[in-house]
Design a protein around this ligand. Structure first.
Ligand code: FAD
Length: 445
């Protein structure tokens, strides 16, 4: 083995190998399988070398950046795992309003680097999510209803292909690869070693408005959320979170959580006034005033509360467009069977603005995003809790238009994650760029 590669490789069976593989994952679940080897890349050149090494041994290749895929898609049975977390550089050009970031850079670090320049990128909601996987699958980030998905704001990328070559892909060169890397997520046929991003002016105010209901109000809260969704400003994210230890009431309830990004506090207050003035306010256990805070602090605190470390996560999701009445019984059942906190159900009024999105692999979105996060901690959970998210999302398959790759669960439940024409194009490109199927793809292949 090349000595440069040997210095950053660990082989299965070596002391500490299992721990090193599991440490690449945000989730605590042990998927029970292991790659043949793990390489911790420090540069694009390391990635090329590692891909060529795997090729020489006829191994498949998986990679990870921030390790936040709920399905732990990167830990496969056999093959080579390339860990890109050390490729975490950030270079900002404030004049051009652009940035170059390594895939291992995490959302909160990018936001913190942009803030002093008064610049903004729709990074993921939780601080520690890796930009590598986040941008590849689409990337529903902060203010994405306003400024687009993360991948809408990618202007180029450096990619190592199955033959070990490092290429640049953008609108003008390797357009096919550029098309694919915006939305194919775990189905991408290459490894991104750097992203080139377009930046936005930073909103002057960031805050959150919250209202909390007891679970007995579920049906009317859902009907209300569904009805008002299309009228809510794109600067506001309307989320409903159902969990067994809802904020302030410490029992089974529904938290209405509405982040708002605006130019000023008065503007933000106006944008979330529909909550104070809503018809359900008398039924609410709690309606908090709008709380302003720096985005970085919100990201850190929210992650600690909603996604505590040391949790075995099992998530799944559906995009919904159909009548809400068909969904309500499933939601009720999912709420009644949900494991203890931090497990939760997320209802997001996505209501995509009719915008001219570039042609790209990302192709499924709908009025409502519904995701189930089973978070199992300590000894309290039952084996059936493991299947809760899969079961709940699966029972909405016929009502859904597909699933989002962000919270994918394709190793456990096949789902439609790209439109038919885009999936066909992606598979044709895979045959062209990765004929030997060197890279692991969606689900089990
Ligand atoms: C706490 C938490 C909060 C989240 N919040 C959001 C959110 O607000 N919005 C949202 O859209 N999603 C969110 N997600 C989902 C998250 O964006 C996806 O799981 C994403 O894939 C994570 O990226 P990663 O690099 O951290 O993950 P990884 O597990 O490292 O990567 C996931 C997969 O992407 C592929 N991949 C990763 N990096 C590369 C690369 N450089 N080149 C090629 N392929 C690569 C691999 O197939 C890998 O298995 C969240 C997840 C968690 C755990």
């Amino acid at each position: 083995m090349n000595p440069d590669l040997r210095a950053i490789a660990r082989l299965r069976g070596e002391p500490g190998f299992d721990e090193a593989v599991l440490a690449t994952s945000f989730g605590e679940e042990d998927p029970g399988v292991r790659p043949h080897a793990l390489v911790r890349a420090r540069s694009a050149a390391d990635v090329s070398l590692a891909v060529l090494w795997a090729r020489g041994r006829n191994w498949k290749v998986a990679c990870c950046s921030g390790g936040h895929a709920w399905s732990q898609n990167h830990i496969r049975d056999g093959g080579l795992l390339i860990d890109l977390s050390a490729l975490d550089g950030i270079a900002i050009d404030p004049v051009k309003r652009s940035a170059e970031v390594g895939p291992g850079c995490v959302s909160g670090d990018l936001d913190a680097a942009l803030s002093p320049h008064g610049l903004f990128f729709p990074v993921a909601h939780a601080f520690s999510v890796g930009m590598g996987g986040f941008l590849l699958q689409g990337g529903f980030g902060w203010n994405s209803r306003m400024v687009g998905l993360g991948c809408d704001n990618v202007t180029g990328a450096d990619v190592v292909l199955a033959d070990g070559m490092l290429i640049h892909a953008n609108h003008a060169q390797n357009e096919d690869v550029f098309w694919a890397l915006r939305g194919s997520g775990t189905g991408f046929f290459g490894i991104v070693t750097k992203y080139y991003l377009a930046l936005h002016k930073r909103p002057g105010f960031t805050g959150i408005k919250m209202q909390v209901f007891r679970l007995r109000h579920l049906e009317k809260v859902v009907r209300w959320a569904n009805e008002i969704g299309p009228q809510i400003s794109s600067q506001v994210e309307f989320q409903m979170v159902v969990n067994r230890r809802a904020f302030g009431i410490f029992s089974h309830g529904i938290e209405i959580v509405t982040p708002v990004l605006a130019e000023s506090r008065p503007e933000a207050k106006e944008l979330v006034a529909f909550i104070d003035n809503g018809p359900l306010r008398p039924a609410a256990s709690l309606t908090l005033p709008l709380i302003g805070a720096p985005l970085g602090s919100i990201m850190k605190v929210a992650e600690k509360i909603i996604f505590p470390t040391g949790t075995r996560w099992h998530a799944d999701n559906v995009w919904l467009d159909g009548p809400v009445e068909q969904v309500i019984p499933v939601l009720r059942e999912a709420a009644e069977t949900q494991p203890g906190a931090p497990s939760h159900i997320l209802w997001l009024n996505w209501n995509p603005a009719p915008r001219a999105r570039d042609a790209m692999a990302f192709s499924i979105e709908a009025r409502t995003y519904l995701a189930f996060y089973g978070g199992l901690r300590g000894k309290k959970w039952q084996p059936s809790d493991r299947d809760w998210a899969t079961k709940a999302a699966g029972s909405l398959m016929t009502n859904s238009v597909g699933s989002q790759l962000a919270d994918e669960n394709l190793l456990r439940r096949p789902a439609r994650v790209l439109s038919e024409p885009n999936l066909s194009r992606l598979e044709a490109l895979r045959t062209q760029y990765d004929p030997a199927r060197r890279f692991f793809s969606f689900g089990g292949n």
